[in-house]
Design a protein around this ligand. Structure first.
Ligand SMILES: Cc1cc2nc3c(=O)[nH]c(=O)nc-3n(C[C@H](O)[C@H](O)[C@H](O)COP(=O)(O)O)c2cc1C
Length: 450
C-alpha cells in the first residue's frame, strides 16, 4: 500500500454530494417539483434537444427529498472529477486495498427483514413501454466466488415486490460469470447495489476491467484516495462508506422470471434479459439521502458513462500498436456502434489497418471512420466534411460481413452484423491543399467578435 500515507480520505471527499457541491451554479438546474413517472426522462430529453447538459436536481416540495439526474452527461465534468491517470494498471496497483470505517454515513438508516421495502424508494418509471419502475444507476458490487476479487458493474433493475427486483446480466460480463460460478456450486450470489457515490465508482462500474484486477483498486486510483468502506449488514461484502443508498441481498441461483421490456441505449425497448432475481435483505442509506436517477434509453449520460472509459482504453491500445494514431471519439448518435479515429498516416492503407485493429478490440463497433489529424473527431461536422472530400467508396470503404456484434442493435441478425471501415484520410492523393488562416488573424477575429 505505497499510497496509503498520502491518500487519506477527508470527510465526505468520496461522495456524490461533495461532487455536486463543487459544481458551478450554471452546471446544475434546481427544480422544486413533485416527482411523477416519466418526468425526469422528459426533462433530460428536452435539455438534450436544446443541447444543454446541466445536472437536474428535483426537490420534492412536500418531503424535501432530492433526486438528481444527468450527472455525468458531459465529458468535461467527468474529466475534471477523476484523477488523471496515465497508466491505469500501475495506478490501481498502488491502491490494492481499502480502509474499513465503523460509523459510515451510508448506514445512518437501515431496514432489514420485514422492514425492507424497495417500492418506497424514489424510483422512476422512465418510458411508456417500460415494464415498471427501474433502478438505473445502481452499481452492483460482487466478489468472485473463486478469488474474492471485487467487481462493479451496472445492471437494469425492475422493482417487483417489497424485497424482490428483476435484474438483467445480458452483457455477460464479470457479474454474469460470478453468478454462473455460484450457481454451479448450488449457491446464490451475494451482491450490494450502490446508488449515489463518487464519480470514480461510476466510471469503474461502467468499465471493462481485466478480471485479474480488483475494481476497488480502480476506484481508488481514479479518486487518488484509498476507498473508505464499511461492512455490509446482511451480506459478506464491503461497501463504499460514503454512498447515498445501498441495497444488500442475493441473486437467486434457481429462480428466473420475466424482466422488461425496458428502454435501452439504442433508443429501442427490449425484453432481452437473463431474467435473474435479486432478493433484497437490507436497505441502508444516509439521513437525507440523494437519489441518483440515470435516465436510460438514448440519453447522453447513459451512453457517455460507458463510452468515456472505452474511448480512453481503446485509444491507448491503438496507440501502442500504431503510434501515428492521435484521437478517438464515439459519437452519441452511434450509440456504441460508431467510432471516429484521427491519425497521421505514414503509408497508404494504414488507416484501414487501424480500422481493422479497432474492430478486433471492440465487438460493439460496426462503423469506423478514420480521418487525418487536422480533423477534430469530437466535431462531427468536421468528420462528415472529411468523408465528403476524401472518400471514394469503391476505394476507401471495406465491409466484413457476418461478424459477432452486440445483440441490442435492432438491425443485427442472430448476433451478427456487417462491419464497415471508411478510410477518410484520402491517403496519398493529395494534390488538393486544405486552406488555412494565419493564427494571429484568427485571434484578432476572435477578439473583435468577443
Ligand atoms: C448505465 C449503464 C447501464 C447498464 N445496464 C446493463 C444491464 O442492464 N445489463 C448488463 O448486463 N450490462 C449493463 N451495462 C453494461 C455493464 O455494466 C458494463 O458492460 C460493465 O462494464 C461490465 O463490466 P465487467 O464485465 O467488468 O463487470 C450497463 C452499463 C451502463 C453504463
Amino acid at each position: 500500500m505505497s499510497k496509503l500515507s498520502q491518500s487519506i480520505a477527508t470527510e465526505d471527499s468520496q461522495s456524490l454530494r461533495t461532487f455536486l457541491a463543487g459544481l458551478s451554479p450554471e452546471e446544475i438546474l434546481h427544480l422544486k417539483v413533485r416527482r411523477t413517472d416519466f418526468l425526469m426522462s422528459a426533462l433530460v430529453q428536452e435539455l438534450e434537444d436544446r443541447k444543454e447538459y446541466p445536472v437536474v436536481e428535483l426537490t420534492d416540495p412536500d418531503t424535501g427529498s432530492v433526486c438528481v439526474a444527468n450527472v455525468f452527461a458531459e465529458r468535461g465534468r467527468l474529466r475534471r472529477t477523476i484523477h488523471h491517470i496515465t497508466d491505469v494498471e500501475q495506478a490501481s496497483a498502488d491502491f490494492s486495498s481499502f480502509a474499513e470505517v465503523q460509523d459510515a454515513p451510508v448506514q445512518a438508516c437501515a431496514a432489514t427483514g420485514e422492514e425492507v421495502d424497495v417500492l418506497s424508494l424514489p424510483i422512476f418509471r422512465h418510458f411508456a413501454e417500460d415494464a415498471g419502475r427501474y433502478i438505473t444507476s445502481g452499481i452492483v458490487l460482487a466478489k468472485d466466488p473463486d478469488t474474492g476479487r471485487y467487481n462493479m458493474s451496472f445492471h437494469r433493475m425492475q422493482l417487483k415486490e417489497k424485497n424482490r427486483i428483476g435484474i438483467s446480466l445480458h452483457s455477460r460480463g464479470d457479474l454474469y460469470r460470478y453468478f454462473e460460478k455460484a450457481k454451479a456450486a448450488g449457491r446464490d450470489l451475494e451482491i450490494a447495489v450502490v446508488i449515489g457515490a463518487h464519480p470514480a465508482y461510476y466510471i469503474t462500474g461502467a468499465s471493462k476491467i481485466p478480471e485479474s484486477m480488483d475494481d476497488y483498486s480502480w476506484a481508488g486510483a481514479y479518486m487518488d484516495e484509498v476507498p473508505q468502506v464499511v461492512r455490509a449488514k446482511t451480506v459478506d461484502l464491503m461497501v463504499p462508506a460514503q454512498a447515498e443508498y445501498c441495497l444488500e441481498g442475493r441473486i437467486l441461483a434457481d429462480t428466473f422470471e420475466d424482466e422488461g421490456p425496458f428502454g435501452e441505449y439504442t433508443g429501442y425497448s427490449t425484453s432481452r434479459s437473463t431474467r435473474n432475481v435479486f432478493e433484497v435483505t437490507a436497505i441502508t442509506h444516509r439521513k437525507d439521502a440523494i437519489y441518483h436517477d440515470l435516465v436510460p434509453g438514448y440519453a447522453w449520460e447513459h451512453l457517455l458513462l460507458s463510452q468515456f472509459t472505452k474511448e480512453i482504453i481503446l485509444l491507448d491500445k491503438l496507440k501502442k500498436e500504431v503510434p501515428e494514431v492521435r484521437a478517438l471519439s464515439m459519437p452519441k448518435n452511434g450509440c456504441h456502434f460508431h467510432a471516429y479515429v484521427s491519425m497521421k498516416p505514414r503509408a497508404r492503407g494504414q488507416a484501414k489497418q487501424v480500422a481493422m485493429l479497432l474492430f478486433g478490440l471492440d465487438l460493439y463497433l460496426k462503423m469506423i471512420v478514420v480521418v487525418n489529424d487536422d480533423v477534430d473527431v469530437f466535431n462531427e461536422e468536421e468528420v462528415l466534411w472529411a468523408m465528403a472530400t476524401h472518400v471514394q467508396a469503391d476505394r476507401d470503404v471495406f465491409i466484413v460481413p457476418q461478424v459477432l456484434c452486440n445483440r441490442l442493435d435492432p438491425s443485427s441478425v442472430d448476433g451478427m452484423s456487417a462491419k464497415m471501415g471508411i478510410d477518410a484520410t484520402g491517403s496519398g492523393e493529395e494534390e488538393a491543399k486544405r486552406v488555412f488562416l494565419p493564427e494571429e488573424v484568427k485571434r484578432e477575429a476572435e477578439r473583435l467578435l468577443s
